[in-house]
Design a protein around this ligand. Structure first.
Ligand code: IPD
Ligand code: CA
Length: 291
């Protein structure tokens, strides 16, 4: 294993090297956001009044940009925060969310993560890219999730124990524990609540934990059976996507399209057909045009 299947013999695309870089940089950024958190965070808003960003999101991203540039000066970069889009020359782009779960970070709820992925293709399109390696680090729990294409997914816990990740093999929709998330715009949230009301009677329960990257890692480790959300950006999705896939699951969009802002659905293969059918029915019963 080592290189992405379409870039054999090319050391620049060695996916194990990319995975290790993603892990190292995400672990140090994770340490930074916990250890250097000021007593009072400076907070501003982005798309809506509830879409917050703290000074630590920007500082963590700056640290990640510097670390990646030192190791991989010719790669591209796409990050959630300001000043971070760069086209590279290698065909690899680093897609980064310095803090996924910023609202949890603000409130001190230990469910936020640093998410770093190496992708091929253009991450600003839907369907034109895929992650080949990635890492998601929850610095408070001490969990490091990572994967490389063709080489499996793993979680290293706070005491250094490593575990190979495997999605749940559940097939019975009525028993499924499903994670989801909500966007920041009122219209989008109203639509998401309506879809949720549609599927809720037909599943075990819902979890809304507040970090899409960690939700995807939960699917990969089987601690939820499925995850779906409308409105994700590439940085929320990229690292978790390869982690789920390498744990034996699938990540897709609406009507089997590639995952993207329209929809991301992640689950094990046994649950896929009943879950996707129920979710798409609930979505088609709600007016999607406004959200
Ligand atoms: C958000 C989180 C949340 C999800 C939102 C994302 P952010 O990312 O992943 O769980 O529901 O859609 O925007 O804003 O904390 O980086
Ligand atoms: Ca973020």
């Amino acid at each position: 294993m080592g290189t992405a299947p379409d870039r054999q013999d090319d050391p620049v695309h060695d996916v194990e090297v990319l995975r290790k870089i993603a892990v190292d940089v995400a672990v140090s950024a994770g340490r930074f956001i916990v250890d250097d958190r000021p007593v009072t965070l400076s907070v501003t808003t982005k798309t809506t009044d509830t879409d917050v960003v703290t000074d630590m999101d920007q500082r963590a991203q700056d640290l990640i940009v510097t670390a990646l540039r030192e190791r991989r000066p010719d790669d591209g970069f796409l990050g959630e925060e300001e000043g971070s889009t760069r086209t590279g020359r290698t065909g690899i782009t680093w897609v980064v969310d310095p803090i996924d779960g910023t609202v949890n970070y603000l409130y001190g709820i230990p469910a936020y993560a640093v998410s770093i992925a190496a992708v091929v293709g253009d991450p600003q399109t839907t369907g034109g890219w895929r992650p080949v390696a990635g890492a998601v680090v929850n610095p408070v729990m001490g969990h490091t999730y990572s994967a490389a294409e063709g080489a499996g997914a793993q979680r290293i816990d706070a005491s250094g124990r490593s575990m190979t990740l495997r999605v749940s093999d559940l097939s019975d929709l009525s028993q499924a524990l499903v994670a989801t998330g909500f966007g920041y715009a009122a219209d989008r949230r109203a639509w998401q609540a309506a879809v949720l009301a549609g599927i809720l009677p037909d599943i075990r329960d819902i979890r809304r934990m507040g970090s899409a990257a960690l939700d995807l890692c939960r699917v990969a480790e089987g601690s939820v059976d499925a995850y779906y959300e409308r409105g994700l950006n590439a940085w929320d999705l990229a690292a978790g996507w390869v982690i789920v896939t390498e744990a034996g699951g699938t990540v897709s969009g609406r009507s089997d399209a590639a995952p993207g802002s329209d929809l991301v659905v992640a689950c094990g293969n046994a649950l896929r057909a009943p879950f996707v059918e129920r979710l798409e029915r609930a979505m088609s019963e709600c007016d999607v045009t406004s959200a």
